[in-house]
Design a protein around this ligand. Structure first.
Ligand code: BDR
Ligand code: CA
Length: 323
């Protein structure tokens, strides 16, 4: 028997965060040491509560959950309730959590857990704004070299397409705390980045939602419902903002599940090594935009492609293993 990969997930559920958590819980080779909540799609209070609801829903009651930063390092609070619903989970019935969150702060939990682990024993998966991770790096820089791998969902690097999903230039997790992202990309020693264009390749369209529903499990059903509601919200928004008042039917991007998928099967993703920079000038229209440079430091693997069919198949297989 081989040892499981130990992970901490930093998250702001969020509908795609919920599906990413389902995937991680279902994977037999991952051991989730704790899940930390950060302000992002919703407030940190809602995010923390949602994490416990999601764990309970998947019968993984008791995974320790920690509340982290309630605001970005410097900028004003930015949430995305218009996409994820005011509760963060599309208003669906996840029920109330049956267990309590931990008293310890998320940042202290991350530091303590990494400091007492073996070197390169624990991986971090960051699928929300990077406020908790940056705060932990600044408070105890020794943790940086102890991390086995840091996987970040964030940014946009397409040279011939949109660079952002929150503004034309900025992806949400970067825009919600660009100063934190700058610190993390600067200090981290080994990062894998899943940018928005990769999440968009892995789109959950109507055919995929059917396959999800056919699994006949409650986790798959609620995942399909969340993705369906979000697709409708995004279409209505696009129609409202388009000149013609209509928008083509689109699926929902599986952004955060790709980050967990990359941890489970990195071979499905391809990318290039270099460094990432983040625009932190709040007066610039490109505030929150990420840029990639090939250079000497090369501490980031920025992915640009996923084998989407294999990834989606893997997601279905994971959902099939949950209640
Ligand atoms: C990212 O922003 C959030 O809305 C999603 O949960 C994902 O982490 C995609 O840009
Ligand atoms: Ca997220």
């Amino acid at each position: 028997m081989h040892a499981k990969t130990k992970i901490i997930i930093d998250t702001d559920p969020g509908i795609d965060d919920a599906i990413a958590l389902f995937m991680a819980m279902a994977d037999p080779d991952l051991e989730i040491l704790g899940i930390t909540a950060v302000n992002g799609n919703v407030s940190v209070d809602k995010a923390e509560y949602n994490i416990r609801r999601i764990c309970d829903f998947a019968w993984h009651t008791g995974i320790p959950v920690y509340k982290g930063c309630d605001r970005p390092l410097k900028r004003s609070v930015l949430n995305a309730e218009w996409v994820h619903g005011s509760d963060g989970l599309a208003g669906l019935d996840f029920g109330d959590p049956t267990y309590k969150g931990e008293q310890e702060n998320a940042v202290d939990f991350i530091i303590k857990t990494l400091m007492k682990s073996f070197e390169k024993e624990i991986s971090l998966v960051a699928i929300g704004p990077l406020t908790n991770i940056a705060t932990a790096f600044l408070k105890e820089p020794k943790i940086v070299s102890r991390i086995r791998e840091l996987i970040i969902m964030g940014g946009g690097f397409c040279e011939d397409g949109p660079r952002g999903n929150s503004t034309p230039y900025a992806e949400f997790n970067m825009l919600a705390d660009p100063h934190a992202a700058e610190i993390v990309f600067d200090m981290a020693e080994r990062v894998t980045v899943i940018p928005m264009e990769v999440g968009m390749q892995a789109e959950a369209d109507a055919v995929f939602l059917e396959k999800m529903r056919d699994l006949n499990t409650r986790c798959a059903a609620i995942s399909a419902d969340m993705l369906d509601i979000t697709a409708k919200t995004l279409s209505a928004h696009l129609a409202k903002t388009s000149k013609t008042g209509t928008a083509p039917e689109k699926g929902t991007s599986l952004y955060d599940p790709c980050a967990v998928g990359c941890l489970i099967r990195p071979a499905l993703f391809s990318g290039r090594y270099g460094t990432v920079q983040v625009n932190t000038d709040s007066n610039d229209e490109k505030f929150g935009m990420t840029t990639f440079e090939e250079g000497n430091k090369r501490n980031c693997l920025v992915t640009h492609k996923v084998d989407k069919d294999a990834f989606k198949k893997m997601l279905l297989m994971h959902l099939a293993d949950l209640p």
